[in-house]
Write a protein that binds this ligand. Structure first.
Ligand code: ZN
Length: 192
């Protein structure tokens, strides 16, 4: 410090430069430490919890028919989609195999459910008069308590993924190539 004091006496610019340097050192101390490979790290900052995170995603396709009773346009008519769903899974640590989840397990659980429950189905709101009519004709109808929009399908698939114990964080349903709906948790700390 004697040196700094000496410079202060001689040159105000040097003192200013030293203050700047000290500020930079202090800021560097507040930066998150580097994350060691393969190790979990979590720490609190002023804006919340920060943690290292691994994310994987798996896509499935399914064809379905639906109609939206409250829609003012042509979506109120029976029509079909070649839908794509993207499942995003997240965890802050890897399993002993070095994976968030084995893709095969996602396929055998949620993928199988999508194929058996949603694929080549008519998905209608349960109050739709077509439900009873079509079931009476032997059609495979999935009746939901909500409008069968892409948003509600994303939520349905998300909740099913949770039931399978998958660490799901986002489900995106592409109704067409240009139109998608996403359902996800909002806070990182929701899945501790
Ligand atoms: Zn549609």
């Amino acid at each position: 410090m004697g040196t700094v004091t000496g410079y202060r006496r001689k040159n105000g610019k040097v003192v200013a430069a030293m203050r700047t340097l000290i500020s930079i050192v202090n800021l560097a101390c507040l930066e998150p430490p580097s994350v060691p490979k393969g190790r979990h790290l979590e720490f609190q900052t002023g804006s919340g919890i920060i943690a290292n995170m691994f994310t994987i995603s798996r896509q499935f396709t399914f064809c379905y028919g639906h109609r939206l009773l409250r829609h003012c346009g042509k979506c109120a008519n029976l029509h079909g989609h070649n839908g794509t769903v993207n499942i995003e899974l997240r965890n802050d640590q890897l399993n002993p195999q070095g994976m968030v989840v084995d893709f095969i397990d996602v396929k055998n659980s949620l993928g199988k459910w999508i194929e058996e429950t949603l694929d080549h189905r008519l998905i209608l709101e349960e109050r739709d008069p077509l439900v009873d009519l079509l079931r009476g004709q032997g059609e495979a109808v999935l009746a939901l308590p909500v409008e069968p929009t892409a948003e509600n399908l994303a939520k349905l698939i998300y909740e099913q993924a949770e039931q399978f114990g998958l660490p799901v964080c986002t489900v995106t349903v592409w109704e067409t190539e240009k139109c998608a709906a996403e359902y996800r948790m909002q806070k990182l700390e929701c899945r501790s």
